[in-house]
Design a protein around this ligand. Structure first.
Ligand code: SF4
Ligand code: SF4
Length: 169
């Protein structure tokens, strides 16, 4: 008898303790949770401050992808028609989001920090074709002081595909 009373008292104490705690649920979609610093959401293709694309079409991301979700096709740059530094740029870049497992291996493999998994997590599709994100969907806007690509640039100024960069922190 005494054991039962103690058990009920313990149960009620637990219930009362949780009644006074703030709720852990949020009213999604009106209210959105801030993602964690290491969250891996939808990819973005980044640009340099001058507007040139970081992606050089090397396809290392596609090679590293365990789900075979990335397709890259490269084309030649010229100083009159320049998309990225160096010889080549990605003329086609696609990610099949139905295949992607958001592991981040593509980001780790990229030598120019072009592909980055950011914070967007609201991905939904009504058909399979809509799940294929193209370069136009993935690439970020041109920075305020940059120019859109392709650019006409000074001859020989951007002849290195991989500029000097700080080590990842
Ligand atoms: S996050 Fe992983 S699965 Fe998704 S595209 Fe990158 S490497 Fe492939
Ligand atoms: S995103 Fe990076 S790894 Fe992938 S093709 Fe472009 S430069 Fe190469």
């Amino acid at each position: 008898m005494l054991d039962s009373v103690i058990a009920i008292a313990k149960g009620m104490a637990t219930t009362l303790k949780h009644m006074v705690k703030p709720p852990v649920t949020i009213q999604y979609p009106e209210q959105k949770r801030t993602t964690r610093a290491r969250f891996k959401g939808r990819h973005e293709l980044k640009r340099y401050d001058n507007g040139l694309e970081r992606c050089i079409g090397c396809a290392l991301c596609a090679a590293a992808c365990p789900a075979d979700a990335i397709f890259v096709e490269a084309s030649e740059n010229s100083d009159d028609n320049r998309f990225s530094p160096g010889e080549r740029y990605a003329s086609t870049y696609e990610i099949n989001m139905l295949r992607c497992i958001f592991c981040g291996f593509c980001e780790d493999a990229c030598p120019t920090q072009a592909i980055v998994l950011e914070n967007e997590y609201e991905l939904s599709f009504t058909d399979r074709a809509a799940a294929i994100y193209t370069k136009e969907m993935l690439i970020v806007d041109v920075p305020i002081n940059g120019r859109a690509t392709p650019q006409q640039v000074e001859r020989g100024k951007f002849n290195r595909s991989i500029p000097d960069m700080e080590n990842p922190k």
